[in-house]
Design a protein around this ligand. Structure first.
Ligand SMILES: [Zn+2]
Length: 262
């Protein structure tokens, strides 16, 4: 009925708002998931038989009564009592609810957010709300929620991808610059390990893509310094990819999407 998806009911941790969301069957993920290797972002395709499978359009949960939105299901209670939800203090809940009006103004633009598939505009609204909520979380507690900087960057890269697939180059560029700004902010957030390796690679690739060569070179230097300090198979993989991308510079992207930067 919903292609590769099944329907579930969730409740928001902030105000108990209840809504339906659509998750992809785990067995179907491999059929639909691809990787944008240049930006290291997953994206999804419909299967050749036309069965809908674009997770990016559905992955952000949106509470209908307070507009809280995230792709982290830890913020929402599912049907099973065994699922792990985040512990939020009453002070944190109050803080998150104070930004409700601004979120509801954005949500008011939706047409069929709680159906499957969402429209492109609804999908972009869900990502916009996800960005707003991650920003609120990060501004509330920058250390506890430092990972939200990367979540925002990746929401933005996914939104940019949707815009590219639907031929909206102006909006794509806005989302790419938003991603660049948050990746740059994440540099100083103390995030370590695989998430940091990936962030540095994405900053390099995106910097080259939009012509911010200084940021790209900073990311390349930081990645090279890390490689001198620690050894990790994932780090080596990202360093090698960075060398390849850095070598080819932005001509690679000019070939992929020449109309974007005119
Ligand atoms: Zn809510």
């Amino acid at each position: 009925m919903y292609g590769a998806f099944y329907k579930r009911t969730y409740r928001c941790l902030l105000d108990r708002g209840e809504f339906s969301a659509f998750r992809i069957y785990p067995s179907k993920t491999r059929e639909h998931e691809k990787l944008d290797e240049f930006l290291d972002v997953p994206y999804f395709i419909e299967s050749p038989d036309g069965v809908y499978g674009n997770v990016t359009m559905q992955e952000v949960y949106v509470c209908p009564t307070c507009g809280f939105a995230s792709n982290d299901d830890g913020f929402f209670e599912g049907e099973s009592q065994y699922e792990q939800t985040l512990e939020l203090s009453s002070r944190e809940i109050t803080f998150l609810l104070t930004a409700r009006e601004a979120r509801l103004d954005v949500l008011a633009r939706m047409t069929r957010m709680y159906e499957c598939p969402r429209t492109l505009d609804d999908a972009l609204i869900s990502l916009e709300l996800g960005v707003m909520c991650s920003q609120t979380l990060y501004e509330m507690e920058t250390i506890r929620f430092s990972i939200e900087t990367l979540r925002i960057a990746n929401y933005s890269l996914k939104a940019a991808r949707l815009c590219r697939e639907n031929n909206r180059p102006g909006t794509e560029l806005e989302w790419l610059f938003k991603a660049l700004g948050w990746l740059n902010k994440a540099l100083e957030s103390g995030i370590k390990g695989l998430a940091r390796f990936r962030m540095l690679y994405q900053l390099l690739a995106l910097g080259i893509m939009v012509g911010e060569n200084k940021l790209a070179s900073t990311a390349y230097m930081r990645l090279s310094e890390l490689a001198k300090e620690e050894e990790h198979p994932d780090l080596s993989r990202y360093v090698n990819r960075a060398k390849g991308v850095w070598g080819e510079r932005r001509e690679l992207y000019d070939e992929m999407c020449p109309e974007l930067l005119k």
